[in-house]
Design a binder for this molecule. Structure first.
Ligand SMILES: [Zn+2]
Length: 272
């Protein structure tokens, strides 16, 4: 074989090797590219998923218990179900609104006393009721049943259980730790005979009652109605007001919903 022929064969072999290497390198490169592109899309999707809630969820201000009514319902619940006054470490808040019902107890040692802002508004409501000319509301007196400590509610509840049995008592009286009165934001109105406002009134009607029509103007809602028992856990109480602030109380009233439905939180009967 001539020297020239050997050089041509060697050159061809090298050329083939280079071509093969280039092809392999190209194939590898485009595959990696595709993987990277896929990875980018996933990262982007993750970034978007993570950033979305911070855009639409207003940051709650834990310093206030009476927030604006414009807060959305997207704030996570801060306390789960199945807690007891012994195991709950904090009250249950939704959209900065404290919620107490048969699913959401207060801690046993939660003792804020009567809320001063609520009392100021309550006095205004009572004054307006007394001047309303309404045959029932005008007899509301400036004495009410407001804040109750855990111990007070425990006494009250055990008296009700003793007199009418636990099953009946549970429909109108809260177990200790489950009373809205322990928040300092709930008030029972009384009339001039010392009875709870319109208790056992056969002609009572929420659609015409002065208190039910005007409470929100002073920042209150009538918390319990007979038709709301499946959600609230209690029979109707025309006398029981819950302070929410004018804006939120008006929004709740206009919604036609219970506080539980308005906030999207669980209610009804006790968990056990
Ligand atoms: Zn009450």
């Amino acid at each position: 074989m001539s020297k020239k022929k050997r050089l041509i064969i060697l050159f061809s072999a090298v050329l083939c090797l280079v071509v093969v290497l280039v092809v392999v390198a190209f194939a590898k490169g485009s595959h990696q590219n595709a993987v990277e592109k896929g990875g980018d899309a996933e990262n982007k999707a993750q970034t978007e998923t993570q950033s979305t809630p911070s855009v639409v969820t207003p940051t709650p201000d834990p310093s206030t218990t009476v927030p604006s009514a414009t807060a959305t319902n997207s704030t996570p619940e801060t306390q789960g179900d199945n807690l007891t006054p012994e195991t709950a470490s904090t009250p249950f808040f939704k959209n900065n609104i404290i919620v107490v019902n048969k699913k959401h107890p207060l801690p046993q040692n939660w003792a804020p006393g009567e809320n001063a802002e609520a009392v100021t508004h309550l006095r205004q409501l009572i004054a307006a009721a007394q001047n309303s000319g309404d045959s029932h509301a005008s007899h509301i007196i400036e004495q009410w049943s407001g804040y109750r400590s855990f111990a007070t509610q425990a006494n009250l509840y055990s008296n009700y259980v003793a007199s009418s049995g636990a099953q009946a008592a549970n429909t109108y009286s809260a177990k200790p730790g489950y009373s809205e009165h322990q928040t300092g934001l709930a008030f029972d109105l009384k009339d001039s005979s010392g009875n709870l406002y319109r208790i056992n009134d056969p002609v009572y009607d929420y659609s015409t009652d002065w208190v039910a029509l005007h409470a929100h103007e002073y920042g209150f809602i009538v918390r319990y109605r007979d038709e709301w028992t499946p959600t609230t856990g209690y029979v109707g109480e025309p006398w029981h007001l819950r302070y929410l602030g004018v804006e939120t109380a008006t929004a709740v009233r206009n919604s036609g919903k219970t506080l539980e439905e308005f906030l999207g939180v669980s209610g009804g009967d006790y968990a056990q």
